[in-house]
Write a protein that binds this ligand. Sequence first.
Ligand code: PMV
Length: 387
Amino acid sequence: MHDKKILVKCTTDLQTIFKKSIFAKKLVMVSEKDFISTDFASIEKGSFQWSSPSNIALVKYWGKKENQIPANPSISFTLNNCKTITKLDFSKKETNDTFSFDLLFEGKPKEDFKPKIQKFFERIEKYCPYLKQYHFTIDTENTFPHSSGIASSASGMAALSMNIMSLEKALNPTITDDFFYQKASFLARLGSGSACRSIKGNVVVWGKHDEILTSSDLFGVEFPSQLHENFHNYQDTILLVDKGEKQVSSTVGHDLMHNHPYASTRFEQAHTNLSALKKVLENGNLDEFIKIVESEALTLHAMMMTSMPYFILMKPNTLEIINKIWKFRNQTNIPICFTLDAGANVHVLYPENVSETVLQFIQDELVGYCQNGNYICDIIGNGSQLM
Ligand code: PMV
């Protein structure tokens, strides 16, 4: 017991040092061990509900090492409207030899989601040893259509991790807010890499980068500089080009970066692009923003097309849209650009002050390339919320 208390105190001290080090520019590394929970009380039952947003990467994560450690740093805008809302009910059970949970999607049992959650619990058990003491009912829903081609793994794993951290906070009220969010991001990362960027803050960096002292491979951190006002309320209109199941999952795609002929150059480039984007997010240079963001999107897909086996996730309409965006930008000088994630959908990014003209352009010229004319208007947001 005594030892446990010391460990908790050490962890708390580490958090304080870590926070102060941002200012002192002396960095204390937080290690995986700091996230092992050892001191917790007992609670019979309870319930929490969190909403977590999706996020869109500007510098992309593509390629990973063991234990969900990214091969390169990435940075994303947190979204506001595309969210997963997850309710976690928990009650103490008699035995604690297995994980026990029911999974509901939109209120109905969803057996095919269970293996992913089982695997997630297995991965995080070391850090959350109280999990086997409870039976959970996880009731989850998305604000975006299920088959929209928008990945729900980032928002879903983030929302579940927030709930688990609420449980941990109830079991150990001494944990600090900083630790709460850092560990939530750490756990979310173990569920789905990019999920660690859906916890807190409107711009989030994940992966060690020399110029961002607080950055870590283990969890996402809020972009430490002041975000230029050009990016306040930045818009992301998601054009739903293809709602089908992806032919190649992200897991397989990440794996194909091992032995990829361009991997090391690509990982280096991500560091350089993140340095350049950091300046742009501080100085508001939209021309530079566009260059970096579009190049990152096309590089991500170039990595897919040059892996072995190679594959293409863009569809003909993805390219039609890109060309229309370029033409519109040339004709109007309006700073709109696109980015892509691991799929055919196109994210159209633009400042708030041009949104009326851009939405008109989208309706007149781009909606025809969307499946059933569907698109989603989103905007940069702040992260997960307790409901
Ligand atoms: O988090 P994962 O394993 O689904 O990978 C996400 C990869 C991209 O969306 C393509 C890029 C990124 O950084 O989000």
